[in-house]
Ligand binder design. Structure first.
Ligand code: SF4
Ligand code: SF4
Length: 501
């Protein structure tokens, strides 16, 4: 037998004396890392640290830890480099992964701190004063012109463009039905309705069971055009054209045929069991003019609903975003290089694109300089991990933020990064019926609602400490941010002063 040079990434320890041999852990392990031969036997090579066995063990006798075996130290040839080389020497394949970039690049959000009112400028107590988190996404008119009606009343000369009204400045990020389960989609739809925000279909269409949630849904039209038909586009409150994804800028998507069962085949409008390959580019978009044609075709097809364009943050993002706004987009969705994915080559996920914070600041600046900032709203996405990240993103120039991985973590995801394997033990990133039923959409929705409520309360607390009573007043207020430990060029791009100044 060919011998692998790899060592297991994790070690599963079971305290056999207190184990009641109920085999619950074995049944819960969808990676087949546990078996039973008089006692529970782990196969460490198969463990991905999904923690399902740990959480569901009634005696709490299971521990999963990183393999403590040390490699001879080298700051250059890290353990990761060596393990990757062995994997590729054994398979000859591209390394695939799920979730977002996990390399230790500097996280700029963690180097930004917020201001607070003291002495001369009063803060506001959110428990006593009303706080406005309502956000309108879409084009705003530069000025309002009124005309007098025959009965002497004033009315707007032109109808203002349709906007997307959100009660909170947080939306769910696009994650397709296919990449994640229908129960995950259902949970987000229910939570979006309860919280007055929107979920986002991603590129896999909208399951018919969720059509009633259309008013809380942004439908997506991506390069594969999966599930795109007139009724689908009309169901949503807005439509998103996906050009790029932060986790894999410049490349398309791949949903393997084994995940394409009857429901997904119907929703995506593709034959059962076939691979769903979305091409890297849209085959009808090679210029800003082409993009403009699609934006306006969608607007006409949907009665002029707001159209969003999702782009990955890459070099020259400010110029790209300017072109997208000039093409007629109502919303520009910026997906930073830490954004998640159901499946991507690790080399692209970890080494392509630029941080959201820098992209956001330069796009906001550019649109202001060109006098077109009010022509479109900005959604910032790509690893918004907390209310603090959300507030800082808004202070850097976003109108709203989108959460994907954060939402999945709320419903059980352990960020084990194996979504591409289709065996998600938590029933999230899988289509296997025995696994998808593990996720109760009602319970998951409640967890999402709690998360959004908690973040909304935190945002209000911070707004109060800043002396603001509306989230809109914070948008692009870089003056309320300071940088710690950031070099002068980064501070310059962010247009943020160093702390102490
Ligand atoms: S893969 Fe998950 S369920 Fe299986 S042994 Fe590892 S942590 Fe436990
Ligand atoms: S969605 Fe599931 S498979 Fe993907 S990282 Fe989370 S727990 Fe792991």
């Amino acid at each position: 037998m060919r011998r692998s040079y790899l060592i297991p990434e994790f070690v599963v320890d079971i305290e056999h004396t207190n184990c009641r041999r109920c085999k619950r852990c074995v049944m819960n392990c969808s990676y087949e890392a546990l078996s039973f031969e008089n006692k529970v036997v782990p196969d460490n090579f198969k463990c991905v640290a999904c923690h399902r066995c740990v959480v569901y063990c009634p005696e709490q006798v299971i521990t999963v830890r990183k393999n403590p075996t040390d490699f001879k130290g080298s700051a250059n040839w890290t353990d990761r480099h060596r393990l990757d080389i062995w994997k590729q020497a054994e398979t000859g394949s591209i390394l695939l992964t799920g979730m977002g970039n996990d390399l230790p690049y500097e996280i700029i959000f963690d180097h930004l701190v917020l201001d607070a009112c003291q002495v001369t400028n009063p803060s506001i107590d959110p428990l006593r004063e009303p706080m406005e988190l309502r956000t309108y996404l879409g084009k705003k008119p530069d000025s309002l012109e009124f005309v007098e009606t025959p009965d002497g009343k004033l009315k707007l000369k032109e109808k203002p463009p349709k906007n997307l009204k959100l009660e909170i400045p947080i939306v769910f990020a696009p994650m397709s039905y296919g990449a994640i389960s229908l129960n995950s989609h259902k949970a987000m739809a229910m939570a979006a309705k309860e919280m007055g925000t929107v979920m986002h279909t991603g590129e896999g269409g909208l399951h018919e069971e969720l059509y009633d949630y259309g008013q809380y849904t942004i439908t997506q039209c991506a390069s594969g055009r999966f599930g795109v038909h007139a009724d689908y586009l009309k169901r949503g409150i807005a439509v998103d054209i996906k050009i790029g994804q932060g986790a894999k800028p410049g490349i398309g998507g791949h949903l393997p045929g084994e995940k394409v069962g009857l429901d997904i085949s119907k929703t995506r409008m593709i034959p059962m069991g076939t691979d769903a390959l979305s091409p890297a580019p849209h085959h009808d978009i090679y210029s800003i003019e082409d993009l403009r044609q699609l934006i306006f075709a969608i607007k006409e097809a949907t009665g002029y609903k707001p159209v969003s364009v999702k782009i990955a943050t890459v070099h020259n993002i400010a110029a790209i975003a300017s072109g997208v706004v000039r093409a007629g987009a109502d919303i520009v969705y910026l997906d930073g290089f830490r954004g998640g994915t159901g499946a991507a080559p690790r080399i692209v996920r970890d080494h392509v694109g630029i941080p959201l914070e820098l992209a956001l600041a330069s796009v906001d600046d550019r649109l202001r300089q060109e006098g077109i900032r009010n022509h479109a709203s900005l959604i910032a996405a790509g690893s918004i991990r907390s209310a603090a990240d959300a507030i800082k993103a808004i202070a850097l120039g976003a109108d709203a933020v989108a959460i994907g991985t954060g939402a999945l973590i709320a419903i059980g995801c352990r960020v084990c990064q194996t979504c591409h394997m289709g065996r998600c033990a938590w029933g999230i990133a899988t289509q296997r019926p025995e696994l998808t039923r593990r996720l109760d959409p009602e319970i998951a929705a409640e967890r999402l609602i709690n998360l959004l409520r908690a973040w909304s309360l935190e945002i209000k607390e911070v707004l109060g400490s800043l002396g603001l009573n509306a989230i809109e007043s914070l948008r692009g207020s870089r003056e309320r941010l300071r940088g710690i430990g950031l070099d002068s060029q980064t501070l310059d791009i962010l247009a943020v002063k160093a702390a102490g100044k």
